[in-house]
Design a protein around this ligand. Structure first.
Ligand SMILES: Nc1nc2c([nH]c(=O)n2[C@@H]2O[C@H](COP(=O)(O)OP(=O)(O)OP(=O)(O)O)[C@@H](O)[C@H]2O)c(=O)[nH]1
Length: 138
């Protein structure tokens, strides 16, 4: 039964550039939903805080070292492969990087997004971000 499934805790980074653009990248081959667009991040390991996990994942995936991570929202999504709890953090400062160490594609996006498909677990957060950041350049 679904209420006996254990949550997988995930740290997710919303990197927001000065012009308001958001960083999305594709999921690498070999993972569930390979090729889908997502915000960078990954599973929180035992003993890690959300921020520690996010910092580690962004170095591993992108070669980016983040400054402060502002914990913003927590959402859940029930996939066939996992019940995930997503800890969303806004990040405004970082250094280095964007090396796509796992062969991903990346794109800086404003609304409306021009990439698809996006992971369903990110839909609610995209709606909140769109309400906050609004339509730019239209
Ligand atoms: N990074 C990320 N994960 C998301 C988003 N939305 C969402 O539902 N997820 C889910 O959160 C989980 C993240 O796990 P992952 O497989 O990317 O993490 P990881 O890099 O630590 O994986 P691994 O240790 O299996 O290689 C996946 O089940 C993924 O479907 C998102 O926007 N970004």
């Amino acid at each position: 039964m679904s209420d006996t499934r254990k949550h997988t805790e995930v740290a997710v980074g919303i990197l927001i550039r000065q012009d308001g653009a958001l960083l999305l990248s594709t999921r690498p081959e070999g993972k569930a939903y390979a090729g889908y667009w997502e915000f960078p991040g990954g599973k929180i390991e035992a003993g890690e805080t959300v921020t520690e996990a996010l910092r580690r994942e962004l170095i591993e995936e992108l070669g980016v070292t983040i400054g402060e991570a502002h914990e913003w929202k927590v959402t859940e999504h029930d996939y066939p492969h996992a019940l995930v709890r997503l800890h969303w953090c806004k990040v405004f400062d970082w250094s280095g990087g964007f090396e796509m160490r796992e062969g991903q594609q990346m794109a800086w996006q404003t609304f409306p997004l021009t990439v698809s498909p996006v992971l369903p677990g990110a839909y609610p957060v995209l709606d909140w971000l769109e309400a906050e950041l609004g339509v730019t350049g239209a």
